[in-house]
Every structure is written in C-alpha cells, then in structure tokens.
Ligand binder design. Structure first.
Ligand SMILES: NC(=O)c1ccc[n+]([C@@H]2O[C@H](COP(=O)([O-])OP(=O)(O)OC[C@H]3O[C@@H](n4cnc5c(N)ncnc54)[C@H](OP(=O)(O)O)[C@@H]3O)[C@@H](O)[C@H]2O)c1
Length: 350
C-alpha cells in the first residue's frame, strides 16, 4: 500500500479535480504490475496496473489506494476490469466518496472476491483531502495556508522583506505544492509589498495554471502590479468587500475578475462556485489570522527556517485570539519533511 500511495502521488498537479490513485498487483507476494492515475480523464490506476500485470493478474491481489469505480465515467469501470483479469483479492485504502462512482467494493464482494477496506486509510485520505472536501458538500474550496517563518514565527523583517527566509529546496517544494492547487491566494498587503507573480515555476507542470486570487480590503492594487499586468495570461481574481465602477473599468479592462464579498467565507464560497476546488493561500499574517479566526483553514503548510527575525519582524498570524489553553484547538500533524536547512510541517484541522 505504501508503494501504491507513492505511485498515486505522481499524479499531483495532473489529475485535479479527479483523485490521486495508485495501484499494485501482487502475485505470490511479489509486485507484477503497478500503475497510477497520471492524467485527468486518462486511464485509472487499477487498469494500468492490471494491464502491466497481464496474465499474471489471474488469482492475484490488487492493492489500490481508492475503492475501484463501479460506474463507467470518462474511463471504463475498474470493477469490470478487475473481474475480467481474474483477481482474487482486493485491498483498498479508502472508500470512494464520490456517490456517482462508489459501490465498487460491494460489487467486487458480490462477485465473490475477497475485499478489505481501510489499510492506511488515514494516509490515503490525507493525500486526497481536496477530493474528500469537495464530496463533503462544501461550497468553498479546500484551503491550505502556506507560510515560511523564522524560528520566532516572523514572516518578514521589520521593513517587510521576506525574500528569502527559506532556502532553495523549500522554494522548489513550494512550486511543487502550488502545482496541485486550482488557485493560489495572498492578502492585499503581500500582493503590494512583494509584487509576486504567483505562478508555478518548478519541475511539476500543472495541467492548468492555478488561478491567482488576491484578498483585498479597501486598498487597491496598483495597475502596474505583476498580477494585474499578466492577468490576460494567467487567470486573476480580486476579492474585496466592494468594487466601484472605476475598479470594474480599470481592472476589468485588464482581464481581472472582480468578486465582491462582505466576508472571507463569502469570497471563498464564490470562488468555489466558479469551479475552484482547492486553494493554497500564501499569507500574509493578517489574512492568515482572519482565515483562522473564521475557521476557514483546513491545512497549514508551514516552513520553518533556522533564522531569527526579532520582535519587530512581521508576525505569521495577526488578529487571531484564543481565550485560554482550555479553549485552544489542537490540530493533527500530517507530515514532517526536511527541506535542506528548513523543515516543512503539515498540520490538519481535526
Ligand atoms: N514568509 C512568508 O511566507 C510570507 C508570506 C506572505 C507575506 N509575507 C510578508 O508579509 C507581509 C504582509 O503581511 P501582512 O500581514 O502585513 O498583510 P496580508 O495578510 O498580506 O494582507 C493584509 C490585507 O489584506 C486585506 N484583507 C482582505 N480581507 C481581509 C480580512 N478578512 N482580514 C484582514 N485583512 C484582509 C486587508 O487590506 P486593507 O488594508 O486594504 O484593508 C489587509 O490589510 C509582507 O511583508 C510580506 O513580505 C511573508
């Protein structure tokens, strides 16, 4: 299953809004075929693994990270392929949360196969958290906040400089991370101070360039900001409590989409209804604090670098209050990952 999960991860950035899925065929305990869902609309992991195994799949075990689909979608149903291949036992990490595709485990059992569900389920669900979120019925996208901080939890020095707190490996990892999201967001101050391009510039090329989203208050971005200048090349959305007709003319002319929203929850909901199922929000501190206060963060991707920025550096989280330790929310560690001198820590809200 661990091998199947690793294989599934290779679809990162290529299969959204479909799930990441990996599969291995085992004959007499030896892998004889493996596969993963590599492209949106392309062959499913199970079908690839079965094809690779060929006749060796007869009486073998299929290990897969998600319940095989029972219905025909863009691809033929995997259940039919498993039966045709003569598989005897199927080991599944997580059930398929998509009601249109679920029921695979029951169909396989009904056909007389031995079926086990739940091996490494937590890891599989963590890997497909965005997919699970979508099928849980939420209007807003799955929200990950990514921050790079000093040891004293500062995201910039006192004059606002944050390039670069983290090292090259961490920055490469961020480009890999971005590739798996439908959108990349930042707060208005960060868009102004850093003038970022919020594009994916790593080895993993996303199927679609993530949409860029800036959460504004009452201040406006200058028209010469990189995000505005390139809005015709990469989709760009501004979210703010209100927009004037002058905003609509200026930004609209440059290809920017404006979403008026009184609250962050409403803004994210609007983004979700436009088909954006996941967003990585890269600070700054005020936006992060407001998102946390509103309960809108599902995962924190936190890069900690061995550097001190001192009391006057810009805090990672602002405007977020917790009454007492008794009321404090405790999150779950999803992953700890060394990145050169830095460490990435992933935390999930329970
Ligand atoms: N190290 C890192 O990972 C990292 C990441 C990002 C940024 N940074 C650094 O962080 C600094 C900027 O951070 P920041 O905390 O000052 O600003 P920020 O969080 O980027 O932006 C704050 C602004 O967002 C707007 N906003 C929209 N909706 C909001 C809401 N619901 N609640 C609060 N604000 C909302 C407000 O604009 P109005 O003021 O118009 O009301 C607010 O001033 C920069 O120096 C940047 O270099 C570092």
């Amino acid at each position: 299953m661990r091998r199947a999960l690793d294989l599934a991860g290779r679809g990162w950035g290529r299969v959204d809004p479909n799930p990441l899925v990996g599969a291995v065929v085992l004959a007499h305990g030896e892998p004889v075929g493996e596969g993963y869902h590599a492209e949106f609309g392309g062959p499913h992991a199970e079908a690839v693994a079965l094809a690779a195994a060929g006749p060796r799949a007869r009486d073998a075990t299929l290990v897969t990270t998600m319940e095989p689909c029972a219905a025909v979608g863009k691809q033929p149903a995997c259940v039919a392929a498993i039966l045709a291949a003569g598989i005897r036992r199927v080991v599944i990490a997580m059930p398929d949360p998509n009601p249109a595709m679920a029921g695979g485990a029951a169909s396989l059992r009904a056909a007389g196969l031995e079926v086990e569900v739940g091996l490494a389920r937590e890891e599989a669900e963590r890997q497909n958290a965005a997919f699970l979120h979508r099928h849980a019925g939420s209007r807003r996208p799955w929200v990950v906040v990514k921050l790079a901080t000093s040891l004293d939890h500062r995201i910039a020095d006192q004059s606002g400089h944050s390039r670069w707190i983290s090292g090259e490996e961490a920055r490469d990892w961020v480009h890999w991370l971005r590739a798996g999201f439908a959108a990349i967001g930042v707060g208005g101050r960060t868009a102004q101070v850093d003038d970022p391009s919020l594009t994916v510039r790593g080895d993993t090329e996303p199927r679609r360039a993530p949409t860029r989203v800036v959460f504004l208050g009452h201040r406006r971005l200058p028209l010469e900001a990189a995000l505005i200048r390139t809005a015709r090349e990469v989709p760009t959305i501004l979210v703010a409590p209100e927009f004037t007709p002058a905003d609509a003319a200026q930004f609209g002319d440059r290809g920017v989409t404006l979403i008026p929203a009184a609250t962050l929850a409403e803004g994210l909901g609007e983004i979700g209804t436009r088909g954006i199922g996941s967003i990585v929000i890269e600070g700054g501190g005020r936006l992060t604090g407001a998102l946390l206060a509103a309960g809108l963060v599902d995962r924190l991707a936190w890069i900690v670098s061995p550097v001190w920025l001192g009391e006057h550096g810009i805090p990672a989280v602002r405007g977020f209050e917790v009454g007492s330790l008794l009321q404090a929310e405790r999150w779950v560690v999803a992953e700890r990952k060394p990145l050169g001198q830095d460490t990435a820590l992933l935390f999930d809200r329970r």
